[in-house]
Ligand binder design. Structure first.
Ligand code: AMP
Length: 511
């Protein structure tokens, strides 16, 4: 049987090709038939351009139905899809194109001149065609695909063949291309579809970007495997969400979306009357957000954990207790272990390095065999780079990235423990704890704190925050330095960019 992921998805498309797949903000609908025919035209075009199975199709475009169809077309034609964040500029693009040497690069019209220049360099004689696609789904990609035939026989792929390369956010060192196979993506899609009880009649509200694992794989695969409809919105917008939630049954978001929904006083049970499942992930959901959301909406957010290198690894249960501040249990088919520095498993309650193994775990980093080898144990576990612990009932609690671990005077400090204390103080919105270079301690525990715009927030000072933590925690964990700010830097997936904070604050203290 053809193991091409598109064949699996297609097998679940509704019998009625007029059934809606994507519902756009202006009310236009892309039916499953439209998706099938448009992806066939684009797949034919890709083949006509001379790309051979295994060739790369890079896309740096806004979120449109055509962009999703381009992904499906690349799968159908046996190509490897490379979605790129539209925020990337010359320096980043140059690296990705040189590294992945795509045969086709689809860009936005405003990037066309740069794209032509970079593609000419990157192709190194192999030839990289550049086409464009604008924010309204028009451009040379569409003009070239329109005359192509409406049908295409999906190219046979094995589970081991590559389907996509997703570049990791690369907050330290070079960004790495995580190679995901048809088998990896199909495994995770099937698992999540079943675990989260997708069923006929579901409608997803899709407001995530589609250059990332969350929006492209987790969200779209669940919908396509379910043959159901999604509201396909260009981006998150709280006011739009307030309207569309009433017509949806599932919502997937990063924690920031939930925080923003709660800012609207009108948000409540009535807004969510039709929803059966709220999923959160890609960054830690604060326990307060989880609790307030439950209070206001009557819904318990299901938090899950995963990463580019393998999709989802753990999830809170669908039917059992969803525990705030945890990311639940390993998903079926994923083995998870928590190990200490020496590689031996640690006891529940002890923080260690999270390692995972399973059919969803990626094949390796593109063009980096040594790096790939370093990141896997001898028995095939992937070292996620995240630290965490299992609570008494086996729920996984994430403590943060190991590179964010602060080592002060030779002692390990897990930022989350301190962040939780600071976040619970009156007047605090949120905080990020980082290590900054210190002449005696190596690193000094430092806290960057966002204050509420109220008297309790205004009353907060470096001394009051440090004073409140002293006595609650061992002295070496008490922040030496505190910075009060209006907001924390976040990337498109709502992750706090601690690398930026470290850069920003390091020189200040040494001056
Ligand atoms: P990405 O590869 O961009 O999806 O980022 C993956 C990283 O996001 C993981 O390695 C974690 O550090 C973090 N992450 C994802 N989901 C969660 C979660 N529910 N709670 C805390 N961190 C998370």
């Amino acid at each position: 049987m053809n193991q091409n992921l598109y064949s699996l998805l297609f097998a679940h498309f509704p019998k009625d090709s007029a059934a809606p797949c994507m519902i756009l903000p202006d009310g236009r609908v892309w039916t499953y038939g439209d998706v099938e025919r448009a992806s066939a035209r684009m797949a034919n075009l890709i083949v006509e351009l001379g790309l051979k199975p295994g060739g790369r199709v890079a896309a740096q475009v806004e979120k449109t139905p055509e962009a999703l169809v381009l992904y499906l077309a690349a799968l159908r034609a046996g190509m490897v899809f490379l979605p790129l964040n539209p925020a990337y500029q010359r320096h980043e693009l140059e690296y990705f194109l040189k590294d992945a040497t795509p045969g086709l690069f689809v860009c936005r019209p405003q990037m066309r001149v740069l794209a032509d220049e970079l593609a000419a360099q990157a192709g190194a004689g192999n030839g990289c065609t550049v086409l464009d696609l604008d924010d309204d789904g028009r451009g040379s990609l569409i003009s070239a695909a329109t005359p192509q035939p409406d049908s295409f026989s999906t190219v046979a792929r094995t589970t081991a063949d590559l389907a996509a390369i997703l570049y990791t956010s690369g907050t330290t060192g070079r960004s790495k291309g995580a190679m995901l196979s048809h088998g990896n993506l199909a495994h995770n899609a099937r698992t999540l579809h079943a675990y989260w009880h997708f069923a006929s009649g579901d409608v997803l509200l899709h407001m995530l970007p589609i250059f990332h694992v969350h929006g492209l794989f987790v969200a779209c695969h669940c919908v396509l495997l379910n043959g159901s409809a999604m509201f396909f919105e260009p981006k998150f917008d709280a006011a739009r969400a307030m309207k569309l939630l009433a017509q949806s049954t599932v919502f997937m978001g990063v924690p920031t979306y939930y925080v923003r929904l709660l800012l609207d006083p009108a948000f409540g049970r009535d807004t969510c009357r039709n929803i059966r499942l709220f999923v959160s992930g890609s960054a830690p959901l604060l326990k307060e957000t989880f609790d307030e959301f439950k209070l206001r909406s009557g819904h318990t957010i299901l938090e899950r954990y995963g990463m580019t290198e393998g999709g989802m690894f753990t999830s809170n249960p669908y039917a059992g207790e969803r525990r705030g501040g945890t990311v639940g249990f390993p998903l079926p088919g994923t083995s998870l272990q928590i190990v200490g520095a020496g590689g031996a498993a640690v006891k529940p309650g002890v923080v260690g390095n999270i390692q995972v193994k399973g059919d969803n775990v990626f094949v390796g980093y593109w063009g980096m065999p040594e790096k790939t080898q370093e990141e896997f144990t001898a028995d095939g576990y992937f070292k996620t780079g995240d630290m965490g612990t299992l609570d008494a009932d086996g729920y996984l609690v994430i403590s943060g990235r190991s590179k964010d671990l602060v080592i002060t005077g030779g002692l390990n400090v897990y930022p989350k423990e301190i962040e939780e204390l600071i976040d619970a103080m009156p007047g605090v919105v949120e905080s990020a704890v980082i290590g900054l270079p210190h002449p005696d301690f190596g690193e000094a525990v430092s806290a960057v704190v966002v204050r509420q715009k109220n008297p309790a927030g205004a009353a907060l000072t470096e001394a009051s925050i440090i004073g409140a933590i002293k006595g609650q925690l061992a002295n070496f964990k008490v922040p030496k330095w505190v910075y009060l700010v209006d907001q924390l830097p976040r990337n498109a997936m709502g992750k706090v960019q601690k690398n930026i904070l470290r850069q920003q604050y390091s020189p200040m203290r040494s001056r």
